[in-house]
Design a protein around this ligand. Structure first.
Ligand code: ZN
Ligand code: ZN
Length: 350
């Protein structure tokens, strides 16, 4: 590219139910920054729930968009290991100095800055034609990947973080409660670890998608999921249960699905307002149960996620519901609210 752009066009939420397309100057590249021409950025729950007014504590104007990927078109003076033309996924930008960052747990950075210098909340600027990132927050991908699929690196990293904490092993039975995008991403990951995966869901459309992807599916409005798990496992129960919905009733069912001893339970999703998890402490003690939480991926998890997608070992194509250009962001948000799976913002080649 001979002439580099000077302004970036991006989408931000200015109030509940309303987004705007704005322009700002592209920030000057620091030594370890690169300029990225975005290829795709998917609308996460964090984004569309702000559109719905459910997470207004996040503040306005919000220029989010963190599930993205793009191609490097310019490099800062000291960037060596990333090349012009590399397809990269966006990761988390931490301070690089705190204990969490030094352990690679960037989502737990204690001086995490979620606001840009010009006052945009969640200022990741993924819903933008161009964006500037420091290379320590980027992960290389196979350039031939579909951009909307490559944009699953961040959510997959989050899922792999939970998978490692759950210690999923081959031939185990893993139940995923909820067949939304994150539920099915958990199901895909558990299957790639060699587990038998059973998905519990009540919405017909999501049940159909989960079946299409080859999972054993329990229709939880038609049958008792706890009973069904007991039948499938010859009365033993599941080795591990992943709660990909945030709901007290679902938690209760999940705990009851576990095998009698050494069952593991992963709280994957957050709810707003937050649900209660009610378990007798003696059960945790006598049954030697493990209750695990996960929130974000570490740098290692991002590396693994970019590998899994690049090698085609995890196929997320069914989890993309529709693609929209940036200009139709308002419609795209509404589609994300109304839809079941990821809405992807895609950028034309210029
Ligand atoms: Zn996300
Ligand atoms: Zn930090």
């Amino acid at each position: 590219m001979s002439q580099l752009p000077e302004t970036m066009t991006f989408s931000c939420l200015v109030k509940k139910g309303q987004c705007e397309i704005r322009k700002r100057p592209i920030p000057a590249l620091k030594d370890y920054d690169v300029l990225i021409k975005m290829k795709a950025c998917n609308i996460c729950t964090v984004d569309y729930q702000q559109f719905m007014g459910l997470r207004e504590q996040q503040g306005y104007p919000m220029a989010g968009g963190h599930e993205g990927c793009g191609v490097i078109i310019a490099r800062g003076a000291k960037v060596n290991d990333f090349q012009i033309g590399d397809l990269v996924a966006l990761g988390y930008q931490g301070c690089g100095h705190c204990l969490e960052c030094r352990h690679g747990n960037v989502s737990g950075c204690t001086s995490f800055r979620s606001e840009s210098e010009d006052g945009y909340k969640f200022g990741e600027f993924g819903f933008a034609d161009y964006t500037v990132k420091s290379v320590d927050s980027l992960y290389k991908l196979n350039s031939s990947l579909d951009p909307s699929e490559a944009a699953f690196t961040e959510p997959l990293a989050t899922v792999l973080n939970g998978m490692k904490k759950l210690h999923v092993r081959p031939f185990e039975t893993v139940v995923v409660i909820g067949a939304g995008p994150m539920g099915l991403l958990n199901a895909l990951a558990a299957r790639s670890y060699g587990a038998r995966v059973i998905v519990s869901e009540l919405l017909d459309e999501k049940i159909a998608t989960a079946r299409k992807m080859g999972f054993i599916v329990i229709d939880s409005k038609a049958e008792d999921p706890v009973q069904r798990i007991k039948e499938i496992t010859n009365g033993e129960g599941a080795d591990a249960v992943i709660a990909a919905v945030a709901n007290t009733k679902a938690y209760e069912q999940g705990i009851q699905m576990l095998k009698e001893r050494h069952g593991r339970f992963l709280v994957f999703a957050a709810g707003h307002p937050g649900p209660e998890l009610n378990i007798p402490a003696n059960d945790i003690h006598y049954k030697e149960m493990e209750i695990v939480g996960t929130y974000g991926g570490t740098n290692d998890d991002f590396e693994d996620a970019s590998k899994a997608l690049s090698m085609g070992m995890i196929d997320v194509s069914e989890l993309i519901e529709a693609r929209y250009p940036l200009q139709d962001m308002q419609k795209a948000y509404q589609a994300a609210v109304d839809g079941n799976y990821r809405i992807s913002i895609v950028f034309d080649d210029q």
